[in-house]
Design a protein around this ligand. Sequence first.
Ligand SMILES: Cc1ncc(COP(=O)(O)O)c(C=O)c1O
Length: 386
Amino acid sequence: MEKLKRGGQPSPPATIRLPSRVAYFDHNATTPVAPDVLAALLPVLAESYGNASSIHQHGQRAKQLLESARRQLADRLGCSPKELVFTSGGTESNNLALAGPHRHVITSSLEHPAVAQPLAHHANLTVLPPNAEGLITPEALRAALRPDTDLVSIMHANNELGCLQPIAELAAVAHHAGALFHSDGVQVPGRLPLNLTALGVDLYSLSGHKMYAPKGVGALYVRQGVQLHPQLYGGRHESGRRAGTENIPGIVALGTAAARPLTDLSALRDRLEAGLLAAIPHAIVNCAAAPRLPNTTNIRFAGLEGEALVIGLDLRGFSVSSGAACSSGAVEPSPALLAIGLTREQAKSCIRFSLGESNTADEVDALIAATIAAIAHLRKLSPTYV
Ligand SMILES: Cc1ncc(COP(=O)(O)O)c(C=O)c1O
């Protein structure tokens, strides 16, 4: 390899002094595994390695753990244990719920790719836009229903905006027209109380890693009597609805997570919003008038790129996320932000802060101060902000 002359060597990178402690405000992307969930999981991983289909003691112990976790989750969700199918996570639950020969399907333009993509090639698909507050109204759904509509899929809480759809009303409208109702509820169970029976949904997806359990485990609620179209062929696990040896440690963790009390984060979230809006001009909370998840705020800061602010906050010790994702090398604004009527430029200037149970008021105050400083710096450099 050619040797560089001393003078031709690149100058050493400037030392980046990383903050000693990073505060995490990205719980809608994923949550940490809670210490008590980890404590329940580890012995299962180490000792209860039986296959729940085996008839010997090791197998029966695994089966007990499986069914006890199913009961814990059913208690949390207000349903029967028989109505739960364990899966590998939210993506699989959505794919399983949506599979089958549907004649006409209605969904929304707010959906996560785990719903939008399985439906993308359906020949008879209606995609409903939300109103400016990010809501699909029962009237809009009623107007889109056709005599051949047999499935409606509308997410419960949007992962980026936090807005909560009127699921009970939407499910009732779908049922009135004879259609099944699925909801991607991945963002909800770790944050709000739920009763799926009262909500009236037929299918409901959830994921362990959004509720303080690990990645790679989730569940699909299937109301008794609703026919599923299994996607994995193999053994008769999960009553023939999902083949594959059950992930007992993950499922125990999910059951333990489901039994934990919820932490109400709305006061901390409101403190964050109030602090930012009071100090930063041209900051607007997206979907502020809609019912929202208590842990989420999505804010548009005019005159900057959200990605730059994510990096600026990362360097100051805070993990947050923007409403844009890198796709094929270019930063693309999120479809959900475009769906509520933002321009591409506006959508790219949004930041999502999503709180979790370990965040403190001190961390929130430090985040406010860091955001104020990072935005002042970025706006000084911005050609569009004067
Ligand atoms: C609303 C929503 N649906 C589905 C998923 C996918 O879940 P998983 O990562 O468990 O496959 C996510 C994860 O980001 C999500 O936020």
